[in-house]
Design a protein around this ligand. Structure first.
Ligand code: GLU
Length: 304
């Protein structure tokens, strides 16, 4: 398969479609992103990278960080994790408070904000330097030591974190958060503000295409079953309230973030990251969704 030719073709095709979308504005620092950026990086499980467009620009991974924290916490907590957070799609916006009330402070899944806050809370309870541990984990997966959070973005999100604080306080009232809320939100905002290039993110995401093995160090970080479960959660919950649409059109487990990134995997084959900051109404990268839809359609391969 000539992946290079394929992704160049897709990049050109999507560029001609006049898709723009809107940058996220609820975190003011994110509103400064350039709508014209568009890059695709695909890395095979053999370690070969194919890329086109803006694959060396750093962007904040935002909610994609939730998959990494889940991958850190799951092997330690094992099935105890599922007492604190569920595995069902929410069908609601990523930062919705509504469901939490009638489900007694147990978030639907680890990829919505409430669920990710529980995961980060669990990490904080075991790691005195939780942010340092997250950065260490991601840097090792990406094979670098250059990945850090963007402080301006983290600060901007912290200044506009009333809703995330409300989620954390609400869950704390049910005993499902143990950290002091301000400290938890600070760790969470910094994890979301971690900046990576599309290439770095595709390299790090290879973990989920590669049976839970860090292909650079050959370390088995997740069991086969844990990898399967994380991929299943990405498939059903990775795209806000558009996870059904993503499965329908693309058919790959993946996760999007409001920084415009989408990371996805075809298990045993490749990881792929598309970055373009223009989002659709559901918060997913417009060009990213289209590019991945074309990728699986042209390849004739998806998890289905
Ligand atoms: N840091 C963002 C928030 O909590 C992440 C949102 C996202 O990418 O979905 O609002």
């Amino acid at each position: 398969m000539d992946y290079q030719k394929l992704i160049e073709e897709i990049h050109a095709e999507v560029e001609q479609m006049n898709l723009h979308g809107q940058v996220a504005t609820y975190i003011p620092e994110l509103a400064k992103m350039d709508l014209h950026k568009f890059g695709i990086s695909l890395i095979t499980t053999q370690g070969e990278e194919f890329k086109v467009g803006h694959t060396n620009d750093k962007f904040s991974i935002q909610s994609i960080s939730k998959v990494f924290t889940l991958a850190m916490v799951f092997p330690k907590e094992k099935d105890n994790l599922w007492k604190r957070v569920g595995v069902e799609p929410s069908g609601n916006a990523f930062n919705s408070l509504a469901q939490l009330e009638y489900e007694n402070g147990v978030p639907r899944n680890p990829l919505i904000n409430a669920g990710a806050l529980v995961v980060t809370d669990l990490l904080r309870s075991k790691e005195p330097d939780a942010l340092g541990a997250i950065l260490g984990f991601i840097n090792r997966l990406a094979g670098t030591n250059q990945i850090i959070p963007n402080k301006d973005i983290a600060q901007s999100e912290l200044n506009h974190s009333s809703r995330n604080k409300a989620l954390a306080h609400f869950m704390k009232s049910f005993g499902n958060i143990t950290s002091p809320v301000n400290e938890l939100i600070e760790t969470y905002c910094y994890q979301c503000a971690i900046e990576m290039t599309a290439s770095e993110l595709a390299q790090a995401f290879l973990l989920f295409a590669n049976h839970g093995i860090n292909s650079l160090t050959e370390q088995q970080l997740l069991t086969l079953s844990q990898t399967k479960r994380i991929n299943a959660i990405m498939q059903t919950c990775g795209f806000y309230d558009e996870a059904g649409e993503f499965a329908f059109k693309v058919g790959l487990p993946g996760k999007s973030g409001v920084g415009g990134g989408i990371a996805a995997v075809l298990p045993n084959q490749f990881s792929v990251v598309v970055w373009s900051p223009g989002l659709n109404a559901k918060g997913n990268s417009l060009k990213g969704m289209k590019a991945l839809e074309l990728l699986t359609t042209k390849l004739g391969h998806s998890v289905f």
